[in-house]
Design a protein around this ligand. Structure first.
Ligand code: PLP
Ligand code: COI
Length: 339
């Protein structure tokens, strides 16, 4: 293989050698299959195409200085996928199959795992779709679970650097009792227009407010929000945001660093009180926030006064990355080593 420019990878799709597939038929999951096909052949009346029976996940594998490959919190992704399956009436994939499939996909594409020095990683994308034919609005009786992997660099330009964000008031991503807590494609379809407008206006991403009162910060299109003030890590409690595994990990690391942790609704005006803030997720890791503009309200909340990532964001980022790459002990048992 031509040597890849590992340090300059973007967050995009690159063909790798294999993907892993598992079919659900006659009420049970089959055996894992390794495939080198990039395409799938499905019925035109498959429920994933018409009624959005589609769930996905996102996690990463990292190559350490010691040469070992570490997968970050795959059990948590498996549990979230199961929760999504419950949410949109798809059969739950057992955790043993999920973990086995992740390990198999990573091992089979070992040559695509970026070297330690590059700071890049292997993005793992599991997806589960309804493949059975239906015309009435009801769940399918057949499903396909696939995992593909692709090497990636930073999701937001510049990696760990402050960038501006915008509050969108024109669009909602998810309703309070809707599917925001699940990782389903429809939530991302709902965010495409707002996201494109935000990018066109020079912002990294759009923040949504709670859809009911338009008062509280929910999250971005692809990452959770957290703010830091008075030695406290504050992150929204909301029924319409995705339970981020990165955010959950950062809450634990913040506590380990001696910070208080608060999960509660964050009113938009409170943004002016944060000393630091970030968007966090598997793809985003921590993306420190420069400022958040609310043009429809004629307001701009400047978070980073000197334009640099703050000390707490920096500590959390370094700590998380050190655990993921195996530079520091994995005290919380988050890492699965592939052997
Ligand atoms: N929120 C949304 C809408 C996302 O798409 C993601 C990405 O998965 C996250 C938050 C972050 O979640 P995680 O940290 O589990 O990747
Ligand atoms: C992730 O962080 O894994 C995501 O899924 C974000 C985005 C690429 C959808």
């Amino acid at each position: 293989m031509e040597e890849l420019d590992w340090s300059n990878l973007s967050f995009g799709y690159m063909k790798t050698d294999y993907n892993v597939r598992c079919y659900y038929r006659n009420g049970k999951w089959g055996k894992l299959e390794l495939s080198s096909e990039e395409t799938i052949n499905i019925h035109m009346a498959a429920t994933c195409l018409h009624y959005g029976q589609e769930a996905f996940e996102g996690l990463k594998a990292f190559r350490g200085k010691d040469g070992k490959v570490r997968i970050f919190r795959p059990e948590a992704n498996s549990q979230r996928l199961q929760s999504t399956c419950n949410g949109i009436l798809m059969p739950e994939l057992p955790t043993e199959i999920f973990i086995e499939a992740v390990k198999t996909a990573v091992k089979a594409n070992e040559r695509f795992i970026p070297p330690y020095e590059s700071g890049a990683s292997l993005y793992i994308r599991p997806l589960l779709i309804g493949t059975g034919a239906q015309v009435g609005v009801r769940p399918a009786n057949e499903y396909l679970f696939i995992i593909f992997v692709t090497p990636v660099g930073p999701y937001f330009k510049g990696g760990f650097a402050t960038t501006p964000y915008i509050i969108t008031r024109k669009y909602d991503r998810a309703a309070p009792l809707g599917t925001g807590i699940y990782k389903v494609g429809g939530n991302y379809a709902a965010s495409l227009r707002a996201s494109q407008e935000a990018h066109a206006a020079g912002y990294s991403a759009e923040f949504y407010l709670d859809a009911k009162e338009k008062k509280y910060i929910d999250e971005c299109g692809a990452a959770n929000f957290f703010g830091i003030k008075n030695n406290t890590y504050v992150t929204p409690l909301s029924t319409s945001i995705l339970p981020s595994i990165t955010n959950k990990s950062l809450m634990q690391l913040a506590e380990d660093l001696g910070l208080k942790v608060e999960r509660r609704p964050i009113a938009e005006e409170e943004l002016s009180t944060f000393e630091e803030a970030g968007a966090c997720g598997t793809a985003a890791v921590i993306s420190p926030i420069l400022r958040i503009d609310d043009p429809d309200n004629n307001h701009s909340y400047v978070i980073s006064k000197d334009g640099k990532p703050g000390p707490v964001c920096t500590k959390l980022y370094n700590k998380l990355r050190a655990i993921q790459y195996g530079d520091e002990p994995d005290l919380h048992n988050w890492v699965t080593i592939v052997d």
